[in-house]
Design a protein around this ligand. Structure first.
Ligand code: ZN
Length: 313
């Protein structure tokens, strides 16, 4: 889908929403000041469509938020609104949109605090996106964060043209601060675990949001999102498949495992939790490996000796 196609479809949706409401919103689809096909004027301010790159995902580039809180520029023109074109699960149609001013989008992005010092800025490969949750809401997430946790926080209202009229402040248009929601997500996540010790539980659950390196994504692709322990694949909507990457010797202190494919497993969420909690030992014979992807013995030993045995003490 080209940006001009996405923009045409977004403008049709916006025009329909304006005329279906009593809102007095000024829309200029073809401003003379620009020849960028993704731009239009909304309430006199320049807007730019961000089009889907794949399915219903839309890319967010961290570079947009570098520097000050001044309005950003696109091709040396200042602008104000980002308008995300989100298309349906199949076909080329833009199904809905999300209007976001620069500072709101910046707060969606920067509110996310990755645990244990793994900041989103650590990884250039991380991809931020706004995804559709249901017909009215979407949510912001980073990369391949576990979807369930994200659904509880950082939700945004879709088809929210009223923000342009000032009826809803952009920051309250469904955007919730992450603290309460993420805390409750963690509580819910830990409710499902068997381990009751508070400190241990906290440590384990916060590390559940795993930064996904490009190698981790390669491993998941290589196994076609099939769990290397139980063989299951989690199917999300449409033909989207979901798996999680697990560093057998964990990244970061105190384990300081390496980010190499010999240390990365592709797992379903259930098996991932068991390994993180150390309630399951690893043995080579249990692993579904391929000629091109074998876990190194020393990382399997580390798991069994440092995570299973010491965790049980
Ligand atoms: Zn599994």
């Amino acid at each position: 889908m080209t940006v001009s196609e996405a923009t045409r479809q977004v403008l049709e949706l916006i025009e329909a929403d304006i005329s279906a409401s009593s809102l007095d919103i000024d829309l200029d689809p073809n401003p003379s000041s620009t020849d960028d096909p993704g731009k239009f004027l909304l309430e006199g301010e320049l807007a730019r469509v961000v089009q889907p790159f794949n399915g219903f995902h839309a890319n967010i580039n961290l570079d947009w938020f570098e520097g000050s809180d001044e309005r950003p520029e696109i091709q040396r023109e200042p602008f104000y609104w980002y308008v995300f074109a989100l298309r349906g699960q199949s076909g080329e149609e833009v199904e809905t949109y999300h209007v976001c001013d620069f500072l709101s989008l910046k707060s969606h992005v920067l509110d996310f605090e990755a645990p244990e010092g793994n900041d989103h800025r650590d990884h250039h490969d991380w991809r931020g996106e706004i995804q559709k949750l249901d017909s009215d809401t979407g949510y912001f997430r980073w990369g391949d964060e576990p979807t369930d946790e994200q659904r509880l926080g950082r939700q945004v209202q879709l088809r929210n043209i009223e923000v342009a009229a000032g009826d809803v402040s952009p920051t309250t248009s469904g955007h919730r601060t992450p603290s309460d929601n993420e805390e409750s997500a963690r509580e819910r996540a830990s409710d499902t675990g068997e381990i009751q010790n508070e400190n241990r539980r906290r440590k384990v659950t916060t590390s559940r949001v795993v930064r996904d390196t490009s190698l981790a994504r390669d491993v998941k692709e290589h196994h076609n999102h099939e769990c290397q322990l139980c063989g299951n694949t989690l199917h999300l909507s449409g033909d989207e498949r979901y798996a999680e990457a697990h560093h057998v010797k964990p990244l970061g202190s105190p384990h300081d495992g390496p980010d190499v494919i010999k240390n990365i497993l592709c797992l379903c969420p259930n098996c991932h939790v068991r390994l993180d909690y150390g309630t399951r030992e690893l043995s080579r014979s249990d692993l579904r490996e391929t000629d091109r992807h074998r876990i190194d013995d020393k990382y399997i030993q580390h798991h069994n000796q440092k995570i299973v045995e010491e965790g049980a003490e």
